[in-house]
Design a protein around this ligand. Structure first.
Ligand code: ZN
Length: 393
């Protein structure tokens, strides 16, 4: 029914149209849908039609909490301007002209449990109900996503750090600088100056949420958030619609296969394609690192492996490989520290045990080296590199 090939909203022509409006026969955005449906004249076949209800809650379909709350604001505007049965036909905005009237409305509101999505502050301001108690709003996953994008728009990259999951890792200055570099140099974020929250969804266990945003009226961004102790944090961002979030696994598999077959130019094409979408994938950054190792470009390999380790400090393969690159770049102390971290996290990681032993041999620390190599051969008696190193000693 839609003739808008551009996919834009048939009313505002600004946002994308995600739902077909049965009243005008065009795809429209939720803002324009709210403007129309609040009059309750939508055909009941439409899932977004508003079903009449007595109190300040509405039965209807909404794709996000924001959409529902904004619709309720429109409902509140209507509610305060029309005669209400609960007030014997009096009009709320007339009632509040006296202090007694204000009391009457507050008493009414205190009488029933109000859903936390009802914008009571809006009602309070509209009717100057200064004595109305409104519970503090606890930031939900949509709020956190909107805060994040607002920091992007105001280029306050630093302030976005604390919204990230496991942000304590950014006490490490290398990680922090790298995060800020990644985010401030992202070619879409650099030019983002407006956004529209399209929809959001919650996982069944309510521990993970996806928030779909539209940036500058054309770029799709899905923010994935995790709930930890009652608060929401950004786990990762995907430049695409929510339905492609889980496809990262397939992308990784395709790249891994190409790299293992040494098909470097094919791997390059896929890496280029997927790394603009899965910007926070530690795997894809790791594969870039491998790709540049195979191409003997240590400088580039180093960049991507740092990304990978920053994104997932528990990704030991990436950490081990990053240490190896640092070793090649003669950054011995940093490499040593990373190998030690890998061994701490996995004491049976023989490659790191052996590489650390090699550093100790170079440094003339024979007893430490010997200890590590013997440990290596205890785990795998046939590990050739360790055997050779032990012979050297
Ligand atoms: Zn619109």
């Amino acid at each position: 029914m839609s003739f808008f090939i551009s996919g834009k909203c048939g009313i505002c022509k600004k946002h994308k149209g995600y739902r077909l409006c049965l009243r005008i026969g065009k795809d429209i955005c939720w803002q324009d849908c709210n403007d129309m449906r609040v009059d309750r004249r939508c055909p009941e076949e439409c899932a977004y039609a508003v079903v009449e209800s007595e109190n300040l809650q509405l039965k209807t379909k909404a794709d996000s909490m924001l959409e529902y709350t904004e619709l309720l604001k429109k409902q509140i505007d209507r509610w305060i301007a029309l005669p209400q049965v609960v007030f014997n036909g009096d009009i709320p905005k007339d009632i509040v002209q006296t202090e007694a009237g204000k009391k009457r409305i507050i008493e009414f509101l205190n009488n029933f449990q109000i859903n936390s999505l009802v914008p009571l502050t809006y009602l309070k301001d509209k009717l100057s109900l200064n004595d109305l108690k409104v519970n503090d709003h606890k930031e939900n996953y949509e709020d956190i996503s909107r805060n994040f994008i607002n920091f992007i728009i105001s280029r306050e990259w630093e302030r976005s750090v604390e919204l990230q999951k496991d942000s304590s890792k950014y006490e490490d200055q290398d990680f922090r600088m790298n995060y800020l570099k990644r985010i401030s140099e992202n070619y879409i974020f650099k030019k983002t100056n407006e956004f529209f929250l399209v929809s959001s969804a919650l996982s069944q266990d309510k521990k993970r949420a996806l928030v779909h945003l539209e940036l500058n009226g054309k770029y799709d961004l899905t923010i994935v958030l995790d709930e930890i102790d009652g608060s929401w944090f950004i786990a990762l961002k995907v430049f695409g619609k929510p339905e492609i979030v889980n496809s990262e696994i397939q992308a990784n598999q395709q790249i891994a296969v190409l790299l293992s077959k040494n098909k470097l130019s094919d791997a390059f094409e896929l890496l280029k394609k997927y790394s603009t979408i899965y910007v926070d994938s530690s795997d894809i950054n790791y594969y870039w690192g491998m790709y540049y190792m195979f191409s003997n470009n240590t400088k580039k390999a180093r960049e991507f492996l740092l990304n990978s380790v920053e994104l997932d400090p528990d990704f030991l393969e990436a950490k081990g490989l990053y240490a190896t690159v640092l070793l090649q770049e003669k950054e011995i102390e940093k490499a040593k520290r990373l190998y030690q971290e890998v061994i701490e996290q996995n004491p049976k990681e023989i490659k790191s045990l052996n590489n650390l032993a090699s550093i100790y041999i170079e440094e003339g620390n024979k007893s430490e080296a010997k200890k590590l190599l013997e440990e290596c051969l205890k785990i795998d008696p046939n590990f050739e590199y360790a055997k050779k190193n032990l012979e050297k000693l």
